[in-house]
Write a protein that binds this ligand. Structure first.
Ligand code: V55
Ligand code: FE
Length: 487
């Protein structure tokens, strides 16, 4: 008998949905470009069963993968759980066996030693497979057409690291997937690694190194010549697990680092440079990174204070919603300098933003176009109580050459999920194409997949694929062409 917790994480707009299924030829309002041939994949956490603890973290839900297949102006929808080892064990038992977020001490003894991953953070097609990712676990492989799950991989025994990040990048020069691992030698270890995976799915390299302290390592940057890590004190430790406290807590007294590793044959941990940020801060998702010679630029939203109310301040200080708002920022360091400090910190936007994306063909390179979600707190909100976080109610295009921003507000009843850019054609100029984003109506409980002209998002969607259900708030996703899908 499913009795979900009655707190804001499980009610109102955050009520679990858990629905798997297919809709052929989704109802369309406006137009879907008929040259669009491929699929947008995205994932959200959705608990298969009621959690063992009523204060369960949103990040602990099982990965539910959605696929929007575009072809000939039509959209087909498919949604399936990622069948992780955890999902299968719990499905067989008919109840939750794994406990609190990333805390194996809270698990049913029957699942001791099992992989705890939920595959709930990102999905991306690479080497003909759909990669479903959670940063505490190995990489899960799924079928890009059926969304069936194959299972975890260690790349044929080649991968030494026990985990795989949720924010890999594709290097447009080689087609290699660039990824990293943290807590590589098991829970609460400082070990990390940088990995590259060929377009054929072969693990080509794995460079081990150690972090400065134990913390969440969520995203990173890759340039043509360097790999960049943002180290910020969203910290953890055994004491927190033993007390069943939230797995992470934010420590405002700790330093923040930008760590840079050269991408060259034979690079080792000894080549890593650690640059200390001028202030403690909260670092968010990475928009892009690039280098001009030895100068390395790293673009990401930065907040003065902790952005995660559910991973509270280690001193017990109350959450500061204004200080927790992040703004797209450019950090620059110089690998030729012998200082350990930054060259420059530039604020690139004055709108509170997160979930930054680019035209991925310009990953690792100097680029012009970005898209992101904005928290426009001046706008009204009519959704139910139980909005989980500040609402990402606005989609914004930023032209980094001019600083000009164009924004579209989704209206008082709606939140917008992470956008994804789709180029008009393989060789279209940068930023020429479409942006897709889920728009969830928290009052009617329906979600629309909205399609925008990428550089004119302010004009509103040119088309909407109107689902007769709500898709739960999610994290990340990516587009794959029909060729990449194997369709
Ligand atoms: C994040 C999300 C996670 C996680 C750790 O957005 C960090 C950051 C969906 O799960 O486990
Ligand atoms: Fe993320």
């Amino acid at each position: 008998m499913a009795h979900f917790p009655t707190n804001p994480g499980f009610t109102g707009a955050m009520r679990p949905v858990r629905l798997q299924g297919d809709i052929v030829d989704v109802e369309i309002e406006g137009e879907v470009p008929d040259t669009l041939d491929g699929a947008f994949y995205r994932v959200h956490p959705d608990p298969q069963f009621t959690p063992k603890y009523p204060d369960d973290q949103f990040f602990n839900g099982d990965g539910m993968v959605s696929m929007f297949r575009f072809k000939g102006g039509k959209v087909d929808f498919k949604q399936r759980f990622a069948q992780t080892d955890k999902w299968k064990l719990e499905n067989a038992a008919g109840k939750a066996l794994f406990g609190a977020y990333r805390n194996h001490l809270t698990d049913d003894p029957a699942v001791a030693g099992q992989i705890r991953g939920t595959a709930n953070t990102n999905v991306m097609v690479h080497a003909g497979k759909l990669y479903a990712m959670k940063e505490d676990s190995p990489l899960l492989l799924m079928d890009p057409l059926s969304l069936d799950t194959f299972g975890y991989t260690d790349f044929g025994g080649k991968q030494a690291s026990q985990t795989f990040c949720a924010h890999p990048k594709i290097d447009p020069a080689t087609g290699n997937m660039c990824a990293f691992s943290y807590m590589s030698k098991g829970p609460l270890t400082l070990d990390m690694s940088y990995m590259e995976i060929s377009p054929a799915g072969e693990l080509l390299s794995e460079i081990p190194f150690k972090n400065k302290y134990l913390c969440m390592m969520h995203d990173f940057g890759v340039t043509e010549d360097y790999v960049v890590f943002n180290v910020m004190p969203c910290i953890t430790g055994l004491d927190r697990l033993e007390k069943n406290m939230p797995y992470f807590g934010f420590d405002h007294a700790m330093p923040v680092w930008m760590a840079v590793l050269p991408r060259k044959e034979g690079a080792t941990a000894k080549d890593m440079r650690w640059f200390q940020a001028p202030h403690n801060c909260f670092t968010g998702h990475v928009m892009n990174a690039f280098n001009d010679g030895t100068k390395v630029c790293f673009d990401l939203p930065i907040a003065a204070k902790n952005s995660f109310p559910f991973f509270p301040d280690v001193t017990g200080a109350p959450f500061d919603p204004v200080g927790g708002m992040s703004y797209l920022t450019r950090w620059t360091v110089d690998m030729a300098s012998n200082r350990d400090s930054f060259e420059k910190v530039e604020k690139l936007s004055n709108q509170a933003d997160e979930f930054p994306r680019i035209d991925d063909r310009y990953a690792t390179r100097a680029y012009r176009h970005g898209w992101m979600l904005v928290f426009d707190v001046t706008k009204p909100y009519e959704g139910p109580g139980g909005a989980f976080m500040a609402i990402t109610n606005t989609l914004t295009h930023i032209d980094l050459a001019t600083g000009r921003e164009k924004s579209w507000w989704a209206g008082p009843q709606c939140g917008v999920q992470e956008p994804c850019f789709i180029p008009k054609s393989a060789n279209a100029p940068e930023g020429e194409g479409w942006v897709v984003a889920l728009v969830d109506n928290h009052v009617t409980n329906y979600s629309d997949l909205c399609i925008f002209d990428a550089q004119h998002v302010d004009e509103g969607p040119i088309g909407r694929a109107r689902l007769p259900i709500r898709i739960r708030q999610g994290l990340h996703g990516n587009f794959a062409s029909a060729a990449q899908m194997g369709a």
